[in-house]
Design a protein around this ligand. Sequence first.
Ligand code: HAM
Length: 422
Amino acid sequence: MLTQRPRGTSDILPAETAKWQAVEDSMRSTFRNYHYGEIRTPIFEHTELFARGVGETTDIVSKEMYTFVDRGDRSITLRPEGTAGVVRAYVENKLYGEPGVTKLYYIGPMFRYEKPQKGRERQFYQYGCEVLGSDQPSVDAEVIALNLDVLTGLGLTELHVELNSVGCSVCRPQHRERMIAALTPYKEELCEDCQARLERNPLRIFDCKNRSCKLVLEKSGAPTILEALCSDCSEHFGAVQRTLEGIGVPFEVNDRLVRGLDYYTRTAWEITVPEHGTIAGGGRYNGLVATVGGPETPGIGFAGGMERAMLVLAAQRGGDLTKNELDVFVAVAHQAAEEMAMQLLQACRRAGLRADRDYLGRSLKSQFKAADRDGSTFVATVGDEEVANQTVSLKDLATGEQQVVALADTVNYLLQKAGSAS
Ligand code: HAM
């Protein structure tokens, strides 16, 4: 036991950490482009926050929370997700008093007592965001576009957005009654979980993977939530779809999509990748701020599992975002060029280029190999001739193209290349 970590947790060792950091950097940069600020909330909160916020009947609250009584006799829970804590912080810090909508993002560990498997851990990391203060359908489109961009920014492909609306406090109760009426005659044919869902939250029956439950849904004629939306929700859902089409975000409506948390209203979505399943999900939660004790404030957000993003990255791109880490590798062809090499190296770094060199006095061939291994875009070679002419020989490692550039122009030339590549 002493030398074994708890089930469902992992050690992220330095080689792996480098990849995680590159992924996190890329995500942060996308969040910043959309003007979201980072929030860091506590890793544990009062249990009641999740019980009330996420919903007593959800799997997360009823089966998966790490809850304990602390030495002050308070019930504390390790956060199973980020939204409830962010909303609590929004209310507690009165962020609603600030002008404009509040746009926040986070990256951090979450805890759920689940059956561990590939991409499902008990301590896992989520990246996510929340926007508070606007019910405009354009915000839904922005957040869905951002969810995709965070992932395409990593170079991931084959991402599919599945979109649904889960209605609001006007249409959901009516839908619930219609579902109960349609399904009750078939109650015995539903699985045990769905029999319980029928009373508590019949919408979740659409989420059941059980064949007999799927059959019952079909033959009972139970309405999907889309068939039962009120006119406001229906209008909102139409506007979200039109905006997504307008900004070129592809999506597919899936009227069976139901999320596993109770706070959702209206728009809900998941991002799936073939062979990997769902890697991120989110939705609108217009009642959550009030549930937590704040003023009526609409909200929307998403979260994705870092481990799942890393798995897709590994499958699609060899997992290595850290490749292409250097803009330029300075190769020293002759001892006489040592001083010039250091000057060039430092000038590159001061200009913001990622630059490095070899300090082992190895052959030019080995230096080129090292440059390749470090994923450098260019190798800048300096030797006798270059010192005499005050020039640098540049090689683009991707195209193999070579050219001689005046030493004085080298930094600008590389900056220009790095700028047009990004
Ligand atoms: P969720 O669907 O429960 O939503 O989780 C979001 C993502 O977290 C999942 O799609 C998955 O990638 C990852 N995830 C969940 N559980 C695990 C696990 N045990 N191991 C690894 N990854 C996991 C939420 O958590 C909502 N708070 C999302 C949200 C934000 N909605 C509005 N704002």
